[in-house]
Design a protein around this ligand. Structure first.
Ligand SMILES: NC(=O)c1ccc[n+]([C@@H]2O[C@H](COP(=O)([O-])OP(=O)(O)OC[C@H]3O[C@@H](n4cnc5c(N)ncnc54)[C@H](OP(=O)(O)O)[C@@H]3O)[C@@H](O)[C@H]2O)c1
Length: 241
Protein backbone atom coordinates (compact mmCIF):
# COMPACT_ATOMS: atom_id res chain seq x y z
CA UNK A 1 0.00 0.00 0.00
CA UNK A 2 1.37 3.44 -0.96
CA UNK A 3 1.89 6.00 1.80
CA UNK A 4 1.22 9.73 1.74
CA UNK A 5 2.32 12.33 4.28
CA UNK A 6 0.01 15.35 4.27
CA UNK A 7 0.74 18.52 6.27
CA UNK A 8 -2.07 20.93 7.05
CA UNK A 9 -4.42 17.95 7.07
CA UNK A 10 -6.90 19.67 9.37
CA UNK A 11 -7.17 22.63 6.99
CA UNK A 12 -9.82 22.94 4.31
CA UNK A 13 -7.55 21.91 1.43
CA UNK A 14 -5.50 19.37 3.42
CA UNK A 15 -8.63 17.60 4.66
CA UNK A 16 -10.01 17.33 1.10
CA UNK A 17 -6.66 15.95 -0.08
CA UNK A 18 -6.63 13.42 2.79
CA UNK A 19 -10.13 12.26 1.86
CA UNK A 20 -9.18 11.98 -1.82
CA UNK A 21 -6.03 9.98 -1.13
CA UNK A 22 -7.91 7.70 1.26
CA UNK A 23 -10.38 7.01 -1.54
CA UNK A 24 -7.40 6.15 -3.77
CA UNK A 25 -6.17 3.62 -1.21
CA UNK A 26 -3.16 5.44 0.26
CA UNK A 27 -2.10 4.89 3.85
CA UNK A 28 -2.19 8.35 5.43
CA UNK A 29 0.23 10.08 7.78
CA UNK A 30 -1.60 13.27 8.65
CA UNK A 31 0.20 16.27 10.18
CA UNK A 32 -1.69 19.06 11.90
CA UNK A 33 -0.93 21.73 14.46
CA UNK A 34 -3.63 22.57 17.01
CA UNK A 35 -6.91 21.11 15.81
CA UNK A 36 -6.73 17.73 17.57
CA UNK A 37 -10.51 17.28 17.49
CA UNK A 38 -10.65 17.59 13.69
CA UNK A 39 -7.59 15.35 13.28
CA UNK A 40 -9.17 12.67 15.47
CA UNK A 41 -12.49 12.87 13.59
CA UNK A 42 -10.69 12.54 10.28
CA UNK A 43 -8.69 9.58 11.55
CA UNK A 44 -11.79 7.85 12.88
CA UNK A 45 -13.67 8.36 9.66
CA UNK A 46 -10.92 7.53 7.15
CA UNK A 47 -9.61 4.54 9.12
CA UNK A 48 -12.61 2.64 7.78
CA UNK A 49 -10.90 2.87 4.36
CA UNK A 50 -7.13 2.91 4.98
CA UNK A 51 -4.59 2.99 7.86
CA UNK A 52 -4.36 6.55 9.22
CA UNK A 53 -1.98 8.04 11.77
CA UNK A 54 -2.13 11.62 13.05
CA UNK A 55 0.65 13.77 14.50
CA UNK A 56 0.68 17.27 15.88
CA UNK A 57 3.78 19.23 14.82
CA UNK A 58 4.17 22.95 15.43
CA UNK A 59 6.07 24.47 12.53
CA UNK A 60 7.03 27.47 14.61
CA UNK A 61 9.49 25.26 16.51
CA UNK A 62 11.88 24.00 13.83
CA UNK A 63 14.17 21.91 15.98
CA UNK A 64 11.43 20.07 17.79
CA UNK A 65 9.25 19.24 14.74
CA UNK A 66 12.24 18.07 12.73
CA UNK A 67 13.19 15.62 15.46
CA UNK A 68 9.58 14.48 15.88
CA UNK A 69 9.23 14.00 12.13
CA UNK A 70 12.37 11.83 12.10
CA UNK A 71 10.76 9.64 14.80
CA UNK A 72 7.56 9.41 12.77
CA UNK A 73 9.44 8.33 9.64
CA UNK A 74 11.30 5.66 11.62
CA UNK A 75 7.98 3.79 11.72
CA UNK A 76 7.74 3.76 7.93
CA UNK A 77 10.15 2.02 5.59
CA UNK A 78 8.91 3.98 2.58
CA UNK A 79 7.04 7.16 1.77
CA UNK A 80 5.59 7.61 -1.71
CA UNK A 81 4.03 11.05 -1.51
CA UNK A 82 4.64 14.21 0.53
CA UNK A 83 2.05 16.95 0.26
CA UNK A 84 2.74 20.29 1.93
CA UNK A 85 -0.62 21.94 2.53
CA UNK A 86 0.00 23.67 5.87
CA UNK A 87 -0.06 27.41 5.46
CA UNK A 88 -1.12 30.68 6.99
CA UNK A 89 -2.06 34.00 5.49
CA UNK A 90 -1.39 37.39 7.02
CA UNK A 91 -2.73 40.35 5.03
CA UNK A 92 -1.26 43.70 5.91
CA UNK A 93 0.15 46.81 4.36
CA UNK A 94 3.85 46.14 4.04
CA UNK A 95 5.01 48.93 6.33
CA UNK A 96 2.49 47.93 9.00
CA UNK A 97 3.33 44.22 9.15
CA UNK A 98 4.77 43.09 12.47
CA UNK A 99 8.18 41.42 12.38
CA UNK A 100 6.71 38.46 14.28
CA UNK A 101 4.02 37.95 11.61
CA UNK A 102 6.62 38.04 8.86
CA UNK A 103 8.68 35.41 10.73
CA UNK A 104 5.60 33.25 11.32
CA UNK A 105 4.70 33.28 7.62
CA UNK A 106 8.10 31.89 6.70
CA UNK A 107 8.08 29.39 9.57
CA UNK A 108 4.82 27.79 8.44
CA UNK A 109 4.74 28.39 4.67
CA UNK A 110 8.39 27.88 3.74
CA UNK A 111 10.71 26.28 6.27
CA UNK A 112 8.88 22.92 6.54
CA UNK A 113 9.38 22.49 2.78
CA UNK A 114 13.08 22.36 3.52
CA UNK A 115 13.12 20.42 6.79
CA UNK A 116 10.41 17.82 6.11
CA UNK A 117 11.30 17.22 2.48
CA UNK A 118 14.92 16.64 3.45
CA UNK A 119 13.83 13.80 5.73
CA UNK A 120 11.57 12.17 3.14
CA UNK A 121 13.84 12.26 0.09
CA UNK A 122 16.23 9.44 1.18
CA UNK A 123 13.22 7.09 1.46
CA UNK A 124 12.05 8.07 -2.01
CA UNK A 125 15.55 7.64 -3.43
CA UNK A 126 15.86 4.15 -1.97
CA UNK A 127 12.45 3.22 -3.42
CA UNK A 128 13.37 4.73 -6.80
CA UNK A 129 10.29 6.94 -7.04
CA UNK A 130 8.34 9.62 -5.24
CA UNK A 131 6.14 12.66 -5.60
CA UNK A 132 6.37 15.92 -3.68
CA UNK A 133 3.57 18.44 -3.99
CA UNK A 134 3.15 21.87 -2.40
CA UNK A 135 0.23 24.24 -2.28
CA UNK A 136 1.38 27.64 -3.48
CA UNK A 137 -1.03 30.43 -4.46
CA UNK A 138 -1.69 32.74 -7.37
CA UNK A 139 0.16 35.31 -5.22
CA UNK A 140 3.34 33.27 -5.72
CA UNK A 141 3.73 34.80 -9.18
CA UNK A 142 1.25 37.72 -9.26
CA UNK A 143 1.20 40.99 -7.39
CA UNK A 144 -1.36 42.43 -5.02
CA UNK A 145 -1.23 44.98 -2.25
CA UNK A 146 -1.56 43.65 1.34
CA UNK A 147 0.00 40.35 0.17
CA UNK A 148 3.73 41.22 -0.02
CA UNK A 149 4.99 38.92 2.75
CA UNK A 150 2.57 36.08 1.86
CA UNK A 151 3.62 36.43 -1.80
CA UNK A 152 7.28 36.21 -0.77
CA UNK A 153 6.59 32.87 0.91
CA UNK A 154 4.71 31.52 -2.09
CA UNK A 155 7.44 32.71 -4.46
CA UNK A 156 9.81 30.64 -2.35
CA UNK A 157 7.49 27.62 -2.65
CA UNK A 158 7.55 27.94 -6.42
CA UNK A 159 11.34 28.23 -6.71
CA UNK A 160 11.69 25.30 -4.31
CA UNK A 161 9.44 23.33 -6.68
CA UNK A 162 11.35 24.09 -9.86
CA UNK A 163 14.84 23.78 -8.38
CA UNK A 164 14.22 20.57 -6.47
CA UNK A 165 12.53 19.05 -9.52
CA UNK A 166 15.65 19.78 -11.55
CA UNK A 167 17.78 18.11 -8.89
CA UNK A 168 15.64 15.00 -8.40
CA UNK A 169 14.25 14.25 -11.88
CA UNK A 170 16.89 11.69 -12.74
CA UNK A 171 15.95 9.80 -9.57
CA UNK A 172 12.32 9.53 -10.67
CA UNK A 173 11.13 11.89 -7.94
CA UNK A 174 8.70 14.51 -9.20
CA UNK A 175 8.18 17.88 -7.53
CA UNK A 176 5.17 20.01 -8.39
CA UNK A 177 2.95 22.68 -6.90
CA UNK A 178 -0.62 23.87 -7.19
CA UNK A 179 -1.39 27.59 -7.23
CA UNK A 180 -5.02 28.12 -6.26
CA UNK A 181 -6.91 31.37 -6.43
CA UNK A 182 -9.63 31.68 -3.82
CA UNK A 183 -10.68 28.43 -2.14
CA UNK A 184 -13.58 28.09 0.23
CA UNK A 185 -11.70 27.46 3.53
CA UNK A 186 -10.98 29.10 6.90
CA UNK A 187 -7.87 30.72 5.42
CA UNK A 188 -10.02 33.38 3.78
CA UNK A 189 -11.84 34.20 7.03
CA UNK A 190 -9.56 37.24 7.39
CA UNK A 191 -11.37 38.87 4.46
CA UNK A 192 -14.30 41.14 5.35
CA UNK A 193 -17.64 40.24 3.69
CA UNK A 194 -17.15 43.24 1.41
CA UNK A 195 -13.62 42.14 0.42
CA UNK A 196 -14.92 38.62 -0.20
CA UNK A 197 -17.73 39.96 -2.42
CA UNK A 198 -15.32 42.06 -4.50
CA UNK A 199 -12.84 39.19 -4.78
CA UNK A 200 -15.54 36.77 -5.94
CA UNK A 201 -16.88 39.28 -8.47
CA UNK A 202 -13.39 39.47 -10.00
CA UNK A 203 -13.33 35.70 -10.62
CA UNK A 204 -14.72 34.91 -14.09
CA UNK A 205 -16.35 31.75 -12.69
CA UNK A 206 -17.97 34.02 -10.09
CA UNK A 207 -17.23 31.62 -7.24
CA UNK A 208 -14.39 30.30 -5.12
CA UNK A 209 -12.96 26.83 -5.76
CA UNK A 210 -14.06 24.03 -3.50
CA UNK A 211 -11.29 22.24 -1.57
CA UNK A 212 -12.32 19.09 -3.43
CA UNK A 213 -11.40 20.71 -6.76
CA UNK A 214 -7.89 21.33 -5.41
CA UNK A 215 -7.72 17.76 -4.10
CA UNK A 216 -8.72 16.39 -7.52
CA UNK A 217 -5.83 18.30 -9.11
CA UNK A 218 -3.46 17.04 -6.39
CA UNK A 219 -4.50 13.46 -7.12
CA UNK A 220 -4.05 14.03 -10.86
CA UNK A 221 -0.54 15.43 -10.40
CA UNK A 222 0.54 12.62 -8.11
CA UNK A 223 -1.11 9.69 -9.85
CA UNK A 224 -1.55 10.56 -13.52
CA UNK A 225 0.95 13.32 -14.17
CA UNK A 226 3.82 10.88 -14.51
CA UNK A 227 5.66 13.07 -17.05
CA UNK A 228 5.07 16.35 -15.19
CA UNK A 229 7.69 17.82 -12.89
CA UNK A 230 8.84 21.25 -11.75
CA UNK A 231 5.46 22.75 -12.61
CA UNK A 232 3.15 25.10 -10.74
CA UNK A 233 -0.40 24.54 -11.93
CA UNK A 234 -2.82 27.43 -11.50
CA UNK A 235 -6.41 26.64 -10.55
CA UNK A 236 -8.30 29.90 -10.16
CA UNK A 237 -11.54 29.98 -12.17
CA UNK A 238 -9.90 32.33 -14.66
CA UNK A 239 -8.93 34.99 -12.08
CA UNK A 240 -5.42 35.55 -13.46
CA UNK A 241 -6.35 35.48 -17.17
N1 LIG B 1 -7.87 28.92 0.96
C1 LIG B 1 -7.41 29.62 -0.06
O1 LIG B 1 -8.11 30.48 -0.64
C2 LIG B 1 -6.01 29.39 -0.56
C3 LIG B 1 -5.65 29.99 -1.78
C4 LIG B 1 -4.36 29.80 -2.26
C5 LIG B 1 -3.46 29.03 -1.57
N2 LIG B 1 -3.84 28.46 -0.38
C6 LIG B 1 -2.83 27.68 0.32
O2 LIG B 1 -3.32 26.37 0.55
C7 LIG B 1 -2.74 25.82 1.73
C8 LIG B 1 -3.83 25.27 2.63
O3 LIG B 1 -4.70 26.34 2.97
P1 LIG B 1 -6.15 26.10 3.61
O4 LIG B 1 -7.07 27.00 2.88
O5 LIG B 1 -6.44 24.65 3.69
O6 LIG B 1 -5.88 26.72 5.06
P2 LIG B 1 -6.60 26.41 6.46
O7 LIG B 1 -7.93 25.82 6.24
O8 LIG B 1 -6.50 27.68 7.22
O9 LIG B 1 -5.65 25.29 7.11
C9 LIG B 1 -4.32 25.59 7.49
C10 LIG B 1 -3.62 24.33 7.92
O10 LIG B 1 -2.27 24.68 8.29
C11 LIG B 1 -1.99 24.15 9.59
N3 LIG B 1 -1.08 25.03 10.32
C12 LIG B 1 -1.26 26.33 10.62
N4 LIG B 1 -0.26 26.78 11.42
C13 LIG B 1 0.57 25.73 11.61
C14 LIG B 1 1.77 25.54 12.36
N5 LIG B 1 2.33 26.53 13.10
N6 LIG B 1 2.35 24.31 12.35
C15 LIG B 1 1.81 23.29 11.64
N7 LIG B 1 0.68 23.41 10.90
C16 LIG B 1 0.06 24.61 10.90
C17 LIG B 1 -3.34 24.11 10.29
O11 LIG B 1 -3.31 23.18 11.38
P3 LIG B 1 -4.39 23.27 12.62
O12 LIG B 1 -5.75 23.29 11.95
O13 LIG B 1 -4.18 22.03 13.39
O14 LIG B 1 -4.09 24.52 13.35
C18 LIG B 1 -4.25 23.66 9.13
O15 LIG B 1 -4.19 22.27 9.00
C19 LIG B 1 -1.92 26.96 2.35
O16 LIG B 1 -0.58 26.81 2.02
C20 LIG B 1 -2.48 28.21 1.70
O17 LIG B 1 -1.54 29.25 1.64
C21 LIG B 1 -5.09 28.62 0.12
Amino acid sequence: MKKAVITGATGGIGEAIARKFASLGYELILIFSKNLEKAQQLKEELSAQVPVSIYSLDFSDTKSYTTEFQHILNHHSSIDVLIHSAGISVRSLFHEMQDSEFERLFEVNVKPLFYLTKEVIPKMISKGEGSILSISSIWGSRAASMEVAYSMTKGAVEQFTRSLAAELSHMNIRVNAIAPGGVHTELLSNLTPEEMRTFTEDIPFNRLASPEEIADLAAFLVQKGTYITGQVLTIDGGFTL
